[in-house]
Ligand binder design. Sequence first.
Ligand SMILES: [Zn+2]
Length: 298
Amino acid sequence: MKLEKVTIVGGTHGNEYTGPYLLKFLKEKNLLTKFSTFETNLFLANPKAYEKNVRFLDVDLNRSFSQEDLSNSSLGHYEADRAKVIHQLLGPKSNPKTDFILDVHTTTANMGVTLIIVDNNPFNLEMAAFVKSKIPGVSILYNPMAEQAGREGLPFLNSLTEHSIGIELGPIANGIVRQDVLLQACDSTLACLEYIEMVNNETEIPVGNEIEVFEKVKPVSFPLDSHGNIAAIVHEYLQDRDFKPLHKNHPVFLKLDGEVVLNQEEETYFPIFINEAATYYLSIAYSLTRKRLLKIRK
Ligand SMILES: [Zn+2]
């Protein structure tokens, strides 16, 4: 297998500034010239949202890439049109013009460097294992949606290609860039590209056949009042405890009248995206994951 065209995407969410700055940084510092076996395309996904420093104008671009939405000409809003343009440039899903997509995101949650896998093919899993072996403390989030919906059904930008990975970095506020986070983004991106170079050169990859992932289980809503408004805040106990075990009866919310809400889940899950700014409008406070070992090569 040889990958010839690689696309690094920033600004899929317009107020996550690390991605767009990473694209400039890679270019200005000439960091891509050391890779000789593939071409790299640096791609700003949602320029209008980036210009306005908002996540999106009308709808979330990173939920606009299901085959059904891409084929629906009656949606008529900015991100639906933008997704169709990107689909023309990088896709189609069945026969994409790029061989790999790396999509760079940031989060306000304390998630460090997290690699997100939506297609559990051996290439993506092995890349994640390789990056984790090079950069200590990296977590791997696996979204099993592709197992049910297939890649055609997935709404994410990087579902345009079979070989893809998402990088999520945090905590960082929206609309700013920090040197530490930018350098983490750069290091993890270069590790992904190094992996591709090794695959292209048929170099043996020094990782085992098992990888520990956090598999997405479900989102958890804030407690709501009778009007549907958020009626509690994330409890200080839970704040910043992303990827740490959450046991039954541990505090998760503080209601505005002072009542402490305890976790009622029987299973010990691992919460992520705790107090993520981007999901307040959906009343989502955090998501639950479960630890799982995946085989890289079946
Ligand atoms: Zn994002």
